[in-house]
Design a protein around this ligand. Structure first.
Ligand code: HEC
Length: 205
C-alpha cells in the first residue's frame, strides 16, 4: 500500500517537474510580426522586438522594414481639412502653362497641414503643402505637393520634395508605375521654375 502510494507520489512529482520544464521551454515572443517571433513559443514572455516606423503603404514615408506603426505616417490624403493659407487667381505670365497660369479663370489654392509657419527663416522638417489649381469650367484640376524633408535630402531643392497628386491626395505614378515624387522631380523642372520665381511662397524657405 505504502509502496504504491510512494510510486504514485514520485510519478506525480516527475509529471509536475516535466510540466514546468515544458512551460519554460515554450515561453518566448508569440507575435508573428515581431523580429524575434518564436514559432515554438506557446506563452508570450514580453520580449518581442519590433522595428518602429510608418506601416501604411499609401503614406509618403512608408517604411518597408517597419513591423510596428509608430504614428509617424505622413499623407496628403487629409488635405481638405488643412488650412487654406493663400489663394491666387487669374493669369500669371511667369507661370506659362504651369499651375494654369495661362487661364484667366484659374484659382490656385495653397493648403498647409497645421498652418505651419517658418521656424526662423525656414519651414520646419515635416511641413506639408498641397496646391490645388482649378478653373471655372472645371476642365483643369491639378494637385501638387511639397514636403520639407530632413537636412541633406536635396540641397539644390532646399530639402523640399515635390509631388504630383490626385484629388484624394494620393501620389500619381508615371508610365512604369513609379511614384511622381522627388527632390529633382521631372529632371528638376519644379525646382528650375521655383528657383527663379519671385512670387512663389516657400521655395527659398
Ligand atoms: C513655370 C514655373 C513653375 C513650374 C514649372 C512649377 N511651379 Fe509651382 N509655383 C510657381 C509659382 C510662380 C508659384 C506661386 C504663384 C502661384 O501659385 O500663382 C508656385 C506655387 C507652387 C506651390 C504652392 C507653394 C508656393 O511656394 O507658392 C506648390 C506646392 C508648387 N508650386 C508645386 C510645384 C510642383 C510640385 C511642380 C512640379 C511638378 C511645380 N510647382 C512646377 C511656379 C512654377
Amino acid at each position: 500500500m505504502n509502496r504504491s502510494l510512494n510510486t504514485l507520489k514520485s510519478i506525480l512529482a516527475m509529471a509536475i517537474i516535466s510540466l514546468s520544464f515544458t512551460a519554460c521551454d515554450n515561453e518566448g515572443c508569440t507575435d508573428p510580426i515581431a523580429e524575434n517571433y518564436n514559432e515554438n513559443a506557446k506563452k508570450d514572455n514580453g520580449t518581442c522586438d519590433y522595428i518602429y516606423g510608418c506601416t501604411n503603404n499609401k503614406s509618403i514615408n512608408f517604411d518597408t522594414l517597419a513591423t510596428l506603426d509608430d504614428a509617424s505616417c505622413m499623407t496628403f490624403e487629409t488635405w481638405e481639412d488643412w488650412i487654406l493659407e493663400i489663394t491666387k487667381t487669374g493669369l500669371d505670365t511667369n507661370l506659362g502653362f504651369a499651375h494654369r497660369g495661362d487661364d484667366s479663370t484659374s484659382t490656385r489654392d495653397v493648403y498647409f497641414l497645421d498652418g505651419k509657419d517658418p521656424d526662423g527663416n525656414s519651414y520646419p522638417e515635416g511641413t506639408m503643402i498641397l496646391k490645388h489649381t482649378h478653373n471655372i469650367l472645371g476642365t483643369s484640376q491639378e494637385y501638387v505637393g511639397m514636403v520639407k524633408q530632413e537636412k541633406g535630402f536635396n540641397t539644390a531643392s532646399g530639402n523640399w520634395e515635390w509631388f504630383v497628386l490626385n484629388e484624394d491626395g494620393e501620389m500619381k505614378t508615371d508610365s512604369v508605375g513609379k511614384s511622381l515624387r522627388g527632390g529633382n522631380l521631372y529632371d528638376g523642372m519644379c525646382i528650375g521654375c521655383h528657383q527663379s520665381a519671385t512670387t512663389d511662397f516657400v521655395f527659398s524657405k
